[in-house]
Design a protein around this ligand. Structure first.
Ligand SMILES: NC(=O)c1ccc[n+]([C@@H]2O[C@H](COP(=O)([O-])OP(=O)(O)OC[C@H]3O[C@@H](n4cnc5c(N)ncnc54)[C@H](OP(=O)(O)O)[C@@H]3O)[C@@H](O)[C@H]2O)c1
Length: 249
């Protein structure tokens, strides 16, 4: 069967490692990597040399409703069906944005910026790509979340914007999973925590992480794909970590 996967945020970090791992598995006849820069990154260009037409790129800005809608139409014109969509795009820090240590650091603009990429983007991706995932075969829609978005697991505090946006992402995906269980019974929707992974996103914050708790992107990708392979209908709407264990909401 022609299995097609899409990785949003596939240009760097965990997303790029997911693209590489999917290309190494012949069950995926086509893997599309999407992001703002996916059509031009050297890493994807190098993979294209080895994998040819099996790897495709798509321009998509998670912060823009119009861009997500356009990307979904463009992909639909190339492939009528998707069997796996992993949204790996996320934002923790960047120009003018850094995780808050104290309540006094909280700023409206930072809260909204994080919410746009970590919560609004993922549910719009679900909205516009769901028709490609709703068919007679098994399909999975997985969104990378973070354990720090768990309210039940929050014992440290801090990181207000990122925590709240990931908590909102989890709620939005859970809500979509309930609806889609009725309308697209073969589609499984989950949130996934990848562990602490050596990427641009974690770079400024991993000083105190023990070596055995810091994963390479390749290891995280391999674990996440194993979790995805083991999902059943009953898994839909849940939040799993890289080791397959459920994370409390
Ligand atoms: N690394 C960790 O330790 C860790 C831990 C827990 C959870 N996570 C979650 O795992 C996911 C992946 O994280 P990562 O560490 O791989 O991050 P990363 O290295 O910063 O990569 C982020 C990816 O998202 C894409 N992206 C960012 N903003 C985008 C936008 N507006 N539109 C489209 N794509 C966008 C980037 O591509 P472009 O720049 O080309 O657009 C890039 O491909 C995130 O959701 C993160 O919150 C990571």
């Amino acid at each position: 069967m022609n299995q097609h996967a899409l990785v949003v945020g596939g240009s760097r970090g965990i997303g790029l490692a997911l693209v590489e791992a999917l290309l190494a598995d012949p069950q995926w006849v086509c893997v599309t990597a999407a992001s703002r820069s996916a059509v031009e990154t050297p890493e994807l260009a190098a993979l294209k040399v080895s994998h040819g037409e099996r790897l495709q790129s798509l321009s998509l800005d998670v912060g823009s409703d119009a861009s997500i809608e356009q990307a979904a139409s463009a992909l639909r014109a190339r492939h009528p069906a998707l069997h796996l969509l992993i949204n790996s795009a996320g934002l923790l820090h960047g120009e003018g944005l850094s995780p808050e240590r104290r309540l006094a650091d909280v700023q409206a603009e930072q809260l909204l910026r994080s919410y746009a990429i970590n919560a609004v983007g993922p549910i719009l991706i679900a909205k516009y790509f769901q028709p490609l995932l709703s068919h007679d075969a098994r399909a999975v829609l997985a969104t990378l979340s973070a354990r720090v978005g768990s309210i039940g697991d929050n014992r440290l505090g801090g990181w207000y914007a990122y925590r709240a946006a990931k908590a909102a992402q989890n709620q939005l995906m859970h809500t979509a999973a309930i609806e889609l269980a009725r309308r697209a019974p073969r589609l499984i929707c989950v949130s996934l925590h990848p562990g602490t992974v050596e990427t641009d996103l974690s770079e400024p914050f991993r000083g105190n992480v023990a070596a055995d708790k810091l994963f390479t992107p390749a290891f995280a990708a391999e674990r996440l794909l194993a979790v995805i392979a083991g999902l059943s209908r009953e898994s839909s709407g849940r939040f799993y970590a890289w080791d397959g264990r459920e994370v409390p909401w």
